[in-house]
Design a binder for this molecule. Structure first.
Ligand code: RB5
Length: 146
């Protein structure tokens, strides 16, 4: 399994710690697409970059972190085929996979602590999509035009 991770400056510290957790604890490959320091950055730049990386099919899942997680989820969800879920607890992380087939986990670096972030990542990556009636609903998410 290959993971791609990105953040703005507000999510930088949590991103660094999540990277270590994914590598050392989960023993998975993770590619960091920035930012690489804490100087001020614009979350849409990284959000679009990571969404495009996900759609390239090079990665199984993405993780985005900004201050609240709100900006990153707004940006990523502009991309057809991306289902970015802003999660704050294990329940939402689990059901974002089971029912929504989320492909990007979004977190707020100024909102949650390391422990909950790590367990959300573990849950998100381990939980399969339930399919069935949820497949029909997920297929209705993307629209070509109004
Ligand atoms: C940066 O200050 C902050 O606005 C950004 O990280 C994010 O929370 C936006 O939604």
């Amino acid at each position: 399994m290959k993971i791609v991770i990105g953040s703005d400056h507000a999510g930088f510290d949590l991103k660094e710690r999540c990277k270590e957790f994914i590598k050392d604890e989960l023993k998975l490959k993770v590619e960091d697409i920035g930012v690489y320091d804490k100087s001020p950055s614009d979350y849409p730049d990284i959000g679009h970059r990571l969404a495009r990386a996900m759609l390239s099919k090079e990665y199984d899942f993405g993780i985005l972190i900004c201050g609240t997680g709100i900006g990153m989820s707004m940006v990523a969800n502009r991309h057809k085929g991306v289902r970015a879920a802003l999660c704050h607890d294990i329940y939402t992380a689990k059901y974002s996979r089971l029912h929504n087939d989320a492909n990007i986990l979004v977190m707020g670096g100024r909102v949650i602590g390391d422990g909950i972030a790590f367990e959300m990542i573990r849950t998100f990556l381990e939980t399969p999509f339930e399919g069935g009636r949820h497949k029909r609903r997920v297929e209705k998410i993307d629209i070509d035009k109004e």
